[in-house]
Design a binder for this molecule. Structure first.
Ligand code: ATP
Length: 390
């Protein structure tokens, strides 16, 4: 298996669009690495540059320690699966799967034998004689994966390979993909704009914005400790609360309320400094009674999310959202206290957008990434009465 690295990679398209800007990235051998970011941030361009389908304007691509910047795609030891699967329409499923062996001049009987073995492991054996047009999207996607497996590539480059599937099939394909990748231990770079997919699958992930990487890390780390306001705002199933605040002799003033300064950040927070306080709705609980470090407000909106409600409270110059269990039966007009979990309150410098360091430095809790993706877990976070002080 191979590690993949890019160094100071820049890609400027004709017309001056800089899709990648001096980008550095190192993906470890055998790692499942997700590239995440909003539309147009450069994910596909980065993947295509690693594949050799785009020629970088400057910078290097290395695979297995070898500089492949000028090597054609066929010589890079990679297999690609794209959103449209790129199957050869005139060939049968068997021939599509066996195609990488055909280019390597493996004898016909041998390559068809290998194709049917891989097809069987993916539940495709009864479709071997069909052509791609006679398959569903999910089946085509499995054929594309089977072809990648037959290629015995050292690196898989996957660009939104599940995006054409319906929700049920997508979940199944996701599980299949993760198991396959673990079994083959093949270095995998996976482009998606769906953060739940990245959280569920990736060992590590990068969040991109306009051709640069804004944060790299394990999914739980990126979710719980975003480095900057861009990542804080991008991650999360529901928008993070962003509250303007001012440091006031050992506390943070937010509207008419005061909350404690998160542990470890005191050094960076001299009195009078303006900061942005960020806390995810799933890290805010609601209480009927007055709470130290809480925000009193009336409920102005209740959005049903399934097992949870997203509740918006207004009061004391603050608007704050909390994700609570539907059993809390919150009603419009209720007067409640919104209490952020002090362990999960983040503080950012509003002028640079960077997180003020030293806070929440403890190791991330052992939470399964898929649990975060689905529901960041009001229950798991617990209530947070009082601890913020102030
Ligand atoms: P999406 O999630 O929508 O697929 P992305 O993050 O994969 O987006 P890219 O497709 O890499 O983004 O595009 C990055 C930027 O480069 C965009 O602004 C896009 O318009 C531009 N771009 C991509 N391909 C070309 C091209 N061939 N010529 C000119 N500009 C391009």
């Amino acid at each position: 298996m191979a590690d993949v690295a890019v160094e100071a990679l820049t890609k400027e398209f004709a017309g001056g669009v800089k899709a990648l800007d001096q980008l550095d990235l190192a993906v470890e051998e055998g790692e499942f690495f997700a590239l995440l970011g909003p539309s147009g941030c450069g994910k596909t361009t980065l993947l295509r540059s690693i594949a050799g389908l785009e020629r970088p304007t400057s910078g290097k691509v290395l695979i297995g320690g070898r500089d492949v910047t000028r090597t054609p795609p066929g010589g890079r030891g990679i297999a690609m699966v794209f959103q449209d699967y790129a199957l050869l329409p005139h060939m049968t499923v068997a021939d599509n799967i066996a195609y990488p062996l055909k280019i390597r001049h493996v004898p016909k009987a041998q390559r068809l034998e290998a194709a049917s073995r891989t097809a069987a492991s993916l539940g495709l054996d009864q479709y071997l004689k069909r052509r791609p047009a006679e398959l569903s999207g999910g089946q085509q996607q499995r054929v594309a994966l089977a072809r990648a497996i037959t290629s015995r590539a050292k690196v898989f480059l996957l660009d939104e390979p599940l995006s054409n599937l319906d929700a049920q099939l997508r979940m199944e394909a996701r599980i299949f993909l993760k198991r396959l990748q673990q079994e083959l231990a093949v270095t995998t770079i996976y482009v998606t704009h769906d953060q739940s997919e990245a959280l569920a699958l990736a060992d590590r992930m990068a969040v991109m914005e306009r051709g640069v990487i804004r944060q790299v890390g394990p999914p739980v780390e990126v979710y719980l400790r975003p480095d900057n306001l861009f990542v804080a705002g991008f991650m999360g199933a529901t928008p993070i609360n962003l509250l303007e605040a001012k440091v006031d002799t050992g506390v943070l003033r937010v509207g008419d309320n005061r909350i404690g300064i998160p542990s470890g950040t005191q050094a960076g927070l001299s009195s009078g400094r303006q900061v942005t306080v960020a806390v995810r709705p799933e890290h805010v609980s609601l209480s009927d009674a007055a709470q130290t470090g809480g925000f009193e407000g009336s409920v102005v909106l209740v959005e049903h999310l399934g097992d949870d409600d997203l509740v918006t409270l207004e009061g004391g110059g603050v608007t704050i959202r909390a994700k609570v269990n539907i059993d809390d039966a919150v009603q419009l007009g209720d007067l409640r206290w919104a209490v952020p979990n002090p362990e999960r309150v983040l503080v950012f410098d509003p002028s640079t957008g960077e997180r003020i360091r030293g806070q929440n430095a403890a190791a991330p809790p052992r939470v399964a990434p898929h649990a975060l993706a689905k529901d960041a877990g009001t229950g798991a976070i617990g209530t947070a009465a009082g601890g913020a002080g102030g």
